[in-house]
Design a binder for this molecule. Structure first.
Ligand SMILES: [Zn+2]
Length: 312
């Protein structure tokens, strides 16, 4: 077996999206533009003289129903689904131009993003990708909410995620376990949509928190069950929480090599973990990633985006 290094990637060509922000209801045009190696993910407000907000833990703003970034007094809201798709698919460098304060919600999942990445393809860049390799555990607890990150077991370099949720009926308890390094993201996580409870709708609308909400961009749940089925997965709710977690942890600036465990967590817990990680320099180091590749080309597996396709 030989070792093949992971290199940074960007998109091969520009991609445009348009829609409305879930929270603001604001119409928004968004354009993803290829970016040079080493630049990371940078939001650019084209309506505000191209003001730039890099997607990192230093710029995390108030976090309630979504994760927002703020630099100076400039906001970009609801970044988590796009960031999740970028990390999950293996896009390291991109400029995200938006002409309003919120990323469009689209269908409430990361599927439109990964479909677009698959369509335009990715370009491998010259710089080796750096990962945030976890060296010691960090745990954040708030009542019954919990999130922790742990070093990988000896010999593993994956990004393991274990998530448990416990919502009122009909959602109840759901658990999910997966590893991003095995290519699970596109098939198992990206299509999972955000969700909301019918009973909370009036209150959230009055508070101005879901001006862009409709049954085209979220699963609506009531005591009677799912209002706009069918679900894309039986356990779509916990899968969406995993999608959010990956997007929020992207604010660490690099993909994680380690294991994350979350129970009843949400954006505030996810971003609290990022901030604890950023503050504790002894908890991680930057490391390169390698895949073992067979010495004979005939046996090599196809590579999809940044993700190695799991053996069938
Ligand atoms: Zn979400």
């Amino acid at each position: 077996m030989a070792l093949e290094a992971h290199y940074e990637r960007t998109i091969r060509s520009e991609i445009e999206f348009s829609g409305v922000g879930l929270h603001s209801g604001a119409p928004v045009k968004m354009r993803l533009v290829p970016a040079p190696a080493g630049s990371g993910i940078v939001f650019r407000r084209t309506d505000l003289d191209n003001f730039e907000i890099p997607a990192n833990g230093r710029n995390v703003a108030k976090v309630s129903y979504a994760t927002s970034l703020m630099r100076g007094s400039v906001l970009i809201s609801t970044t988590e689904h796009l960031l999740s798709a970028l990390i999950g698919f293996g896009v390291d460098n991109v400029i995200v131009e938006v002409d309003n304060l919120e990323v469009p919600i689209l269908d409430g999942s990361a599927l439109p993003y990964v479909a677009a990445f698959q369509e335009v393809g990715l370009k491998q860049q010259r710089r080796k990708r750096e990962y945030l390799k976890i060296l010691k555990e960090i745990e954040v607890r708030d009542g019954t909410k919990f999130i922790g990150v742990y070093p990988n077991l000896e010999g593993s370099s994956g990004y393991g995620i274990q998530y448990a949720i416990d919502f009122p009926a009909p959602i109840g308890v759901e658990t999910f376990r997966g590893d991003l390094a095995t290519g699970d993201y596109v098939e198992w996580i990206a299509p999972a949509r955000t969700f909301g409870f019918k009973e909370d709708e009036a209150m959230l609308r009055n508070m101005g928190l879901i001006r862009g909400a409709s049954d085209a961009c979220a699963i609506i749940v009531s005591k009677e069950g799912v209002q706009n089925g069918p679900l894309r997965f039986e356990d779509e709710f916990v899968r969406h929480k995993v999608l959010d977690l990956i997007g929020d942890l992207a604010l660490a600036g690099r993909r994680i090599q380690g294991r994350v465990v979350a129970e009843r967590a949400g954006h505030a817990m996810h971003t609290a973990l990022v901030q604890r990680l950023m503050r504790d320099r002894s908890a991680w180091e930057l490391a390169h990633g390698y895949d073992e590749v067979p010495d004979t080309v005939e046996n090599s597996e196809p590579v999809l985006g940044g993700l190695q396709v799991a053996n069938a």
